[in-house]
Write a protein that binds this ligand. Structure first.
Ligand SMILES: *[C@@H]1O[C@H](CO)[C@@H](O)[C@H](O)[C@H]1NC(C)=O
Ligand SMILES: *[C@@H]1O[C@H](CO)[C@@H](O)[C@H](O)[C@H]1NC(C)=O
Ligand SMILES: *[C@@H]1O[C@H](CO)[C@@H](O)[C@H](O)[C@H]1NC(C)=O
Ligand SMILES: *[C@@H]1O[C@H](CO)[C@@H](O)[C@H](O)[C@H]1NC(C)=O
Ligand SMILES: *[C@@H]1O[C@H](CO)[C@@H](O)[C@H](O)[C@H]1NC(C)=O
Ligand SMILES: *[C@@H]1O[C@H](CO)[C@@H](O)[C@H](O)[C@H]1NC(C)=O
Ligand SMILES: *[C@@H]1O[C@H](CO)[C@@H](O)[C@H](O)[C@H]1NC(C)=O
Ligand SMILES: *[C@@H]1O[C@H](CO)[C@@H](O)[C@H](O)[C@H]1NC(C)=O
Ligand SMILES: *[C@@H]1O[C@H](CO)[C@@H](O)[C@H](O)[C@H]1NC(C)=O
Ligand SMILES: *[C@@H]1O[C@H](CO)[C@@H](O)[C@H](O)[C@H]1NC(C)=O
Ligand SMILES: *[C@@H]1O[C@H](CO)[C@@H](O)[C@H](O)[C@H]1NC(C)=O
Ligand SMILES: *[C@@H]1O[C@H](CO)[C@@H](O)[C@H](O)[C@H]1NC(C)=O
Length: 396
């Protein structure tokens, strides 16, 4: 067998093991409700609330503010003053509104309008609402910003799966292949049915980030298995909300996650059961030469299920949790070597000054490292992702 087919066999086996442990979760038909909800009424909000623990208030905004919504123009009067700002040498703003109140009604049409290889940053300002579309940013379009109105009000939503998209890697509702991407106050969601035991190819990515130097502030990432494909490059996440079940942050990125909420929707385990039905991370570092790894600093991990902090998707998988609070959903062993003990020698899994019931290290696997101050220091700030070379300029 080629290494590739061995890998897929292992992967299939692992997912089968996983699936058999997962308690059936009734399919919420979430997508249907979401579509109905966004097109017609407000009556399905409670069903949405079962999947997303808060209210997508953007969809209601117009109803509240404009009870007489039959009046023409009334839904278009909520733009900021003097909007859009004039084009400058450094920035161009494009506007997206699903109700047709400005130039573009879809996010993809705005992306399509961006010039190839622009040195200028293009801010795609996206008004409140759910944008039900698959969005791809090609490699030829660096320097794009998605500016939403809040991660509970603006979302790009699609429902591809590994089966429908020629593999997990192409299932993303949003796919970013370009460098220098920024997103602020917006959510990325994949609402494909939550995988049931035995389901094959049900992985469903909300966003794939395959470009270098990407940053996310105040963003939401919603899905179940494989939500956030932190594929490759240096990435920064701050004040984000990340939801999933199995391997919900995966890929081979070098990334810093600060002040983020990591929320498991893995199935709860029955009292007395030893089952483990999810993992926060599956980092894909394949060799010791790769300078990649996920660092979580001042985050929280909670939700449902019993999950690992990480699984060694590739032999040199590297993940650090620092100064992070964890509830008792974390399996006492903490980590998993993908059932390949040879990986115990090459994995780099570290914990540093974490708190909460889930951070009790008494029963942890032997290969996890409890980092000291010196060892932890390289993971604790934006220097880990060379932030001085690029991230600082994003704040201007
Ligand atoms: C913008 O570019 C134009 C033409 O290249 C140049 O004349 C102008 O000085 C620039 N403005 C600023 C603020 O850099
Ligand atoms: C967007 O609309 C404004 C005013 O309606 C217009 O001036 C501008 O050229 C449009 N921009 C694009 C990129 O279509
Ligand atoms: C960008 O390049 C692609 C092909 O390379 C072309 O199809 C597309 O029209 C270009 N887009 C713009 C906005 O120039
Ligand atoms: C635009 O992208 C290029 C290449 O990724 C980068 O060198 C440049 O600094 C970016 N410019 C801005 C304004 O972000
Ligand atoms: C996505 O949702 C649409 C509309 O409900 C449905 O027709 C389609 O089959 C779904 N796709 C997948 C891959 O589940
Ligand atoms: C499907 O994915 C494989 C690699 O995963 C790629 O080689 C192939 O070109 C893809 N096919 C299509 C139709 O996108
Ligand atoms: C995001 O939204 C919050 C609350 O509405 C606001 O305070 C903040 O300035 C926004 N941040 C960005 C980066 O858009
Ligand atoms: C830690 O994160 C919380 C929000 O999750 C934030 O309020 C607090 O300021 C952060 N602390 C530091 C030191 O950044
Ligand atoms: C981590 O914990 C150690 C020992 O309790 C303490 O000395 C150190 O100051 C803590 N580090 C941070 C950054 O809180
Ligand atoms: C940590 O876990 C061990 C084994 O389950 C238990 O005996 C111990 O009391 C726990 N420590 C704390 C501080 O909860
Ligand atoms: C931290 O751990 C490393 C590796 O085990 C060791 O070389 C170093 O002396 C330790 N530093 C401190 C301050 O304990
Ligand atoms: C990050 O921490 C390292 C080690 O403590 C330090 O050398 C570096 O200056 C810090 N960088 C920033 C941007 O604070």
């Amino acid at each position: 067998m080629s290494p590739k087919s061995i890998f897929s066999t292992v992967l299939v086996a692992i997912f089968a093991v996983f699936a058999s442990r997962v308690v059936i979760n009734p399919s919420p038909q979430f997508l249907k409700y979401l579509v109905d909800f966004s097109i017609t009424s407000c009556s399905s909000s409670s069903i949405i609330a079962t999947f997303i623990p808060f209210y997508f208030d953007g969809l209601h905004r117009h109803h509240r503010k404009h009870p007489d919504k039959g009046k023409t123009g009334s839904i278009c009067d909520d733009f900021p003053p003097n909007f859009p700002p004039p084009e400058t040498n450094r920035t161009l703003t494009l506007c997206v509104d699903r109700n047709g109140c400005c130039n573009f009604t879809t996010v993809q049409s705005a992306v399509d309008a961006v010039a190839n290889f622009s040195k200028k940053r293009t801010v795609i300002w996206i008004n409140s609402g759910i944008y039900y579309e698959k969005v791809t940013i090609p490699k030829t379009k660096p320097n794009i910003t998605f500016q939403g109105q809040g991660y509970t009000s603006t979302a790009v939503v699609w429902n591809d799966t590994a089966n429908s998209a020629n593999g997990t890697f192409y299932s993303g509702s949003v796919q970013v292949f370009s460098a220098n991407f920024i997103a602020k106050n917006i959510s990325f969601m994949n609402v494909a049915p939550i995988p049931r035991p035995g389901d094959d190819g049900a992985q469903a990515v909300a966003i794939r980030i395959a470009g270098d130097q990407a940053a996310f502030w105040g963003c939401g990432f919603f899905g179940a298995q494989d939500t956030l494909h932190d594929d490759r490059g240096r990435h920064y996440f701050k004040d984000c909300y990340i939801q999933g079940s199995i391997d919900f942050i995966f890929g081979d990125g070098r990334s810093l996650y600060e002040n983020c909420q990591l929320v498991s929707i893995a199935n709860p385990v029955a009292p007395g059961s030893k089952g483990i039905n999810g993992a926060v991370t599956a980092h894909g570092r394949a060799s010791g030469d790769e300078n990649t790894g996920f660092a979580f600093v001042n985050c929280s991990v909670g939700g449902t299920g019993r999950i690992w902090l990480g699984r060694a998707w590739r032999p040199f998988s590297r993940v650090v949790f620092a100064l992070t609070s964890m509830t008792n959903i974390i399996a006492p062993v903490g980590w998993n070597d993908f059932n390949d003990p040879a990986r115990d020698q090459t994995i780099f899994y570290g914990e540093y000054n974490c708190t909460g019931d889930g951070a009790n290290t008494t029963l942890r696997v032997p290969y996890v490292q409890m980092l000291n101050d010196t060892q932890a220091s390289i993971f604790l700030n934006t220097s880990y992702i060379d932030g001085d070379q690029w991230l600082q300029s994003y704040n201007n």
